[in-house]
Structures are given as structure tokens and as C-alpha cells.
Design a protein around this ligand. Structure first.
Ligand code: NAD
Ligand code: ZN
Length: 345
């Protein structure tokens, strides 16, 4: 190993990312060093590339970006136990504090001091990543590196989909981005009856249908109520998974839900958006905000489902060598792709 590595860096406070040479990270006693094999491009990375207001406020420059990865442990700190050099791993990109009430109660994903790799701390778009051993998640052989590289967004999908009991329920997913599509696949896998996915983009709906056995609806030219009656559903959807961040989608969801329905909200609206609260009160709807993954319960469930037949591979639509990262980001910025995976090997 030389002590220099390639890394995709937010090097300047302007749109773009730059491939640079950086020192291989030094590890502390509780860290591991991971050689990165594959990484996924996330919507977050697109915000960072575009250098929008959120990115400019949040991301220090310069910073190695990226948080979706799979690789192999090549070095370990002296206090690391239960992992071995050569082990294939992915990991949780949220670095948590250990002193908050939530953290000490074992609700690590609710720790307010959380910092994200590739957002606040050096990330995974590099040949090597330093990660606390605590955050490492070993990969079983059935999960190859490209699936390993999308476990972060699959985890968002699993966390959202498992927020409510879906067995035998009718589920509406608004937004057929990669995460909405994977949430729909999870809903099918765990035994929902009907899963209906909406999006305004027909390419995305076609992709959803390639990944999972779902009914797709484009509200621009299809009537959701008509589909509901085709499916012989009598009273509306039991559970809604909001995966678009769109006000119109949330309004449509509230309208389409049964009395006492439940909504898990993962989608992030661009700013404040008006909500018809009285409609939600009179329909007795429960709403849960979902952030990240449950550390580590979501990881456990996700890996178990992948071992047990959950198949989301078709959500990966593009694969590039990392030297062609510009093409990968271009495809993602187009807004019609599924997951884009970069190969660092
Ligand atoms: P994405 O932007 O790729 O997909 C969103 C989809 O919603 C797009 O295909 C878009 O066409 C569709 N859409 C827009 N308006 C719609 C409408 N009125 N009805 C139906 N669909 C509509 O996003 P993604 O990467 O799949 O992520 C999904 C959402 O989750 C985003 O809002 C993202 O910011 C958010 N997110 C949240 C967390 C979290 O921890 N809470 C983590 C990751 C992503
Ligand atoms: Zn991500």
C-alpha cells in the first residue's frame, strides 16, 4: 500500500467533484481501514455536487464525499475485536455520539450529535475509508459488493417500510426513486396485498415494475381512484410510504388512505410545505417521520431479507469505473436512473 489514494473530493465551494490524491487515512485504536470496492451515488451526493444551499451550509471544503460503500478490511486498530483483516464489509455512515439519552438507551439512530461520512466527515468515495469498528457491518457471501454498496439506501427503504405492519395490507408508495422502489419491493416481500407506486416520471415507474411486482400509477395521466377500484379495494390504502418529498404526493396519499391509516414519511420536502392538518385529524391518521436507518436493527433485518430472497438488484441501472465518475453523476442528475454504482477496483 502506498500512502496516497485516489478520492473524489469536494475541493472547491462550487458545482462539481474532483478526483484528487489524498493521504490514506490513519486509523485509531477503535477504527478499521476499509479498501473500497464499490460505491453508490446517492441523492445527497447530487446535492453536494450541485452545491445547493443545503450543501453550502453543511459540507466543509475540502471533503472526501460519499457514504454508500462495500469493501474489505485491510487494517484494524489495536482495540478492535470480532472483525478480521480480509473480511468483506459495508457499514453505517452515521457516526454517533455515545453520551445522549437516546444513544445510551440504545436508540443510536436518534442521537442528536450524529455526523455523516461524506457529508460532515471524510467519506467513502476513495480507495480507503477509515471507519469506527462499531459502524462496520460484515457482509455474508450472498451479498456481493454492488448490493453491499446500496445497503444504505436499501436501509432507508427497509426502515420506512417496516415502520408499520404491512402483512395483508394495501400499501401506497408515492415516489418511484430508487428508495421508493426498494421500499415497494420490501412491502411485497413482507406480505403486503397490493402495492401501488406513483410517480410523475414514466421511466421511473417502468423501473419500479422491473424491480418488484407492483401496480404503477402516473397521476399526471392516470386516476388513482380508478386503480383502487380495479384492485377491488373498498376503503383505501392502509399504509402510505411517502418517498417523493412532494406536497402533491402527500396530499394525494392522505386522500387515498383508509380512516385510521398510517403514513411513514421519508421524502424530504424542499422547504416548508402547507399541510391540511384537519384532514389528517378527521381521518385519524398516524404519521411517522423516518430518518436514516435503525442502527443496527434495520441492518439486521435487511441482510436477513436479502438472504431470504429479497431481490433489488434491478434497481441498479448503471455501473461505471470510478475514473468515469462524471458520466455516473450525469446519469444520476438526469433523474430517471435507478442506482448508479462506481467500481473502485
Ligand atoms: P428521488 O429524488 O430519486 O425520487 C423521488 C421521486 O419522486 C422522483 O422519481 C420524482 O419524479 C417523484 N415525484 C415527484 N413528485 C411526485 C408526485 N407528486 N407524486 C409521485 N411521485 C413524485 O429520491 P430518492 O433518492 O429515491 O429518495 C426519496 C426521498 O427520500 C427524497 O425526498 C430524499 O430526499 C429522501 N431521503 C430521505 C432520507 C431520510 O433519512 N429521511 C434519506 C435518503 C433520502
Ligand atoms: Zn445515501
Amino acid at each position: 500500500m502506498t500512502n496516497q489514494m485516489k478520492a473524489l473530493v469536494k475541493a472547491k465551494p462550487e458545482p462539481g467533484l474532483w478526483m484528487e490524491h489524498r493521504p490514506v487515512p490513519e486509523i485509531g485504536p477503535d477504527d478499521v481501514l476499509i479498501r473500497i470496492n464499490k460505491t453508490g451515488i446517492c441523492g445527497t451526493d447530487i446535492h453536494i455536487w450541485n452545491w445547493d444551499d443545503w450543501a453550502a451550509k453543511t459540507v466543509p471544503v475540502p471533503l472526501i464525499t460519499g457514504h454508500e460503500f462495500a469493501g474489505e478490511i485491510v487494517d484494524m486498530g489495536r482495540d478492535v475485536e470480532d472483525l478480521i483483516v480480509g473480511q468483506r464489509v459495508s457499514g453505517e455512515g452515521h457516526l454517533i455520539g455515545k453520551t445522549s439519552r437516546q444513544s445510551r438507551a440504545g436508540k443510536f439512530h436518534l442521537d442528536p450529535a450524529t455526523r455523516g461520512i461524506g457529508v460532515n466527515e471524510p467519506g467513502a468515495f476513495a480507495e480507503y475509508l477509515r471507519l469506527p469498528a462499531f459502524n462496520v457491518v460484515p457482509l455474508p457471501d450472498v451479498i456481493d459488493d454492488e448490493i453491499g454498496a446500496i445497503l444504505d439506501p436499501l436501509g432507508n427503504a427497509v426502515h420506512t417500510a417496516l415502520s408499520f405492519d404491512l402483512v395483508g395490507e394495501d400499501v401506497l408508495v408515492t415516489g418511484a426513486g430508487p428508495i421508493g422502489i426498494m421500499a415497494a419491493a420490501v412491502a411485497r416481500h413482507v406480505g403486503a396485498r397490493h402495492v401501488v407506486v406513483t410517480d410523475l416520471n414514466d421511466d421511473r415507474l417502468a423501473l419500479a415494475a422491473r424491480v418488484a411486482d407492483v401496480v404503477t400509477v402516473n397521476p399526471k395521466h392516470q386516476d388513482l381512484a380508478g386503480i383502487v377500484s380495479d384492485l377491488k379495494m373498498k376503503e383505501g390504502f392502509d399504509v402510505g410510504l411517502e418517498m417523493s418529498g412532494s406536497q402533491a404526493a402527500l396530499d394525494q396519499m392522505v386522500e387515498a388512505l383508509v380512516m385510521g391509516g398510517r403514513i411513514a414519511l421519508l421524502g424530504i420536502p424542499p422547504g416548508k410545505s402547507p399541510v391540511d392538518w384537519s384532514r389528517i385529524v378527521f381521518k385519524a391518521i398516524t404519521i411517522k417521520g423516518v430518518y436514516g436507518r435503525e442502527i443496527f436493527e434495520t441492518w439486521y433485518k435487511m441482510i436477513a431479507m436479502l438472504e431470504n430472497g429479497l431481490d433489488v438488484r434491478n434497481v441498479i441501472t448503471h455501473r461505471f469505473k470510478v475514473d468515469d465518475f462524471r458520466e455516473g453523476f450525469e446519469v444520476m442528475r438526469g433523474g430517471s436512473s435507478g442506482k448508479v454504482v462506481l467500481d473502485w477496483t
